[in-house]
Design a protein around this ligand. Structure first.
Ligand code: HEM
Length: 411
């Protein structure tokens, strides 16, 4: 059997859809990094994959991904009761509507502040600016101290961890360095918070930071400070990573300016929710997820031996014409008035939220909707630049980072 590691590195988002086409829609069986792999596709495969009796995560992820994107001991790498106890920490903090609203309102306020600064500067790279806006907002929301002069370098670290996880060379080394910096920044803060009087909060309810610092394993022991830092980062980093979707939202508005008026108008909030869902569906971010077969499995007439790497196609499912008519047409109205199919819209994974599904979807949609409304209410020029989004790089973004100029200081 051939090894597909090089084709994956060279083709990026195109790799799995191509292999699936070549296999006539059947599960793709190949090798990655020398190990047997089977890749599954479709809503039924989503349910199959997210059944925790089928797939385990412990020892499933390549170490370079853990050492950049997720961190050692992260919730992503746990199974069974250890996963359940840790996951409850995240869902308790990230799915509560009042907290989600609080964060998206902070983002909206930071964007308003930023508009005047951008106006004074002439031209700005939207990617870099939004990363800073989100870094500021998520730190104050989560109760993690951050001095003003640390905002830009911290934003760069958060972005680097995501940008370099799937690459080799300098970008990957930058990601490793960024993770080390950030864990070394946060672990002492966890220890300090534990020694301080009140871990339970400051009157406005316990913050994300204090709640993670006080979290205990199933056996009652506190997380060691480094693991607590890893989990604080598992809130901060992906929130800043919404930058990728924010820039895609700007790209969509540039290509389809007809959405600006309705986003900025009276039906804005409802339309912005649908627009955010379509940005998540349409643009490439997470290509697939993976785990190891926990036992001998049968799928689509195939036997999957225990320990085989099983991949679940995410990007391909979000563009499957059986679920999404004209999948390469950007059309927010497909989400108006109806909840998205739970195991059909999977840009952040699928299955039930107490499994490994991303607990940050509500936050992502709420923040992205605020960004979309802000962009629609703001007057700016999109200067001449390279807006191509290369599909052979994971993660990807418009090459130029989306440069805007002539930003109006007020809506
Ligand atoms: C898990 C994508 C935003 C926190 C995941 C997974 C994906 C994903 C693909 C893995 C699902 C699996 O392993 O099966 C994204 C994308 C985001 C995003 C594309 C947009 C920027 C967020 C946000 C947060 C967050 C905003 C928190 C504030 C997490 C956590 C997990 C996770 C803690 C681990 C869940 C587990 O293993 O049980 N995300 N996510 N994510 N995400 Fe997100």
């Amino acid at each position: 059997m051939v090894d597909d590691t090089l084709p994956l590195l060279l083709r990026g988002y195109g790799w799995l859809p191509d292999r699936r086409r070549r296999s006539g829609g059947a599960p793709v069986e190949t090798r990655l990094l020398g190990k047997r792999v089977i890749a599954l596709h479709g809503p039924a495969a989503v349910r199959f994959f997210y059944d925790e009796h089928h797939i385990r995560r412990t020892d499933a992820l390549p170490q370079p991904v853990i050492d950049t994107l997720f961190g050692r001991g992260a919730v992503h790498t746990l199974d069974s009761e250890r996963h359940g106890v840790r996951k409850a920490l995240f869902t308790g903090l990230l799915k509560e509507p009042a907290r989600v609203r609080d964060l998206s309102e902070r983002v909206a306020r930071e964007l308003e502040r930023a508009r005047a600064v951008w106006a004074a500067r002439g031209r700005v790279v939207l990617f870099d600016e939004v990363a800073e806006v989100l870094t500021r907002a998520v730190h104050t929301w989560a109760g993690v101290p951050l001095a003003e002069d640390a905002v830009a370098p911290t934003a760069r670290d958060m972005i680097a961890m995501v940008d370099g996880f799937a690459s080799v060379g300098p970008c990957h080394l930058r990601a490793r360095r960024a993770r080390r910096h950030q864990e070394e920044r946060l672990a002492p803060l966890v220890e300090a918070a534990r020694q301080g009087a009140a871990l339970e909060g400051d009157g406005s309810g316990p913050t994300v930071f204090r709640t993670v610092a006080a979290h205990r394993h199933a056996d009652g022991a506190l997380l060691d400070p480094r693991t607590a830092a890893v989990e604080v980062l598992n809130v901060l980093r992906p929130t800043v990573a919404i930058t990728w979707f924010a820039v895609f939202a700007a790209h969509a508005l540039h290509r389809h300016p007809e959405h600006r008026e309705v986003l900025a108008g009276g039906d804005g909030p409802e339309y912005a929710w649908a627009f955010a869902q379509e940005v998540r569906r349409f643009y490439p971010f997470a290509p697939f997820v993976g785990g190891l077969a926990a036992e001998r499995l049968e799928w689509a007439g195939r036997t999957i031996e225990p320990g085989t790497m099983v991949l679940l196609d995410l990007y391909g499912l979000d563009h499957d014409p059986d679920l999404w008519p004209e999948p390469y047409r950007f059309d927010p109205t497909r989400f108006l008035g109806s909840a998205p199919p739970v195991d059909g819209l999977v840009p952040q994974g699928g299955g039930p939220v107490d499994g490994h599904r991303c607990p940050g979807e509500d936050i992502t949609v709420a923040v992205l909707a605020e960004v979309a409304r802000f962009l629609a209410r703001t007057s700016y020029d999109v200067v001449e630049q390279d807006l191509r989004i290369p599909l052979n790089r994971i993660p990807t973004a418009p090459r130029s980072g989306f440069v805007i100029g002539e930003v109006a200081a007020a809506p």
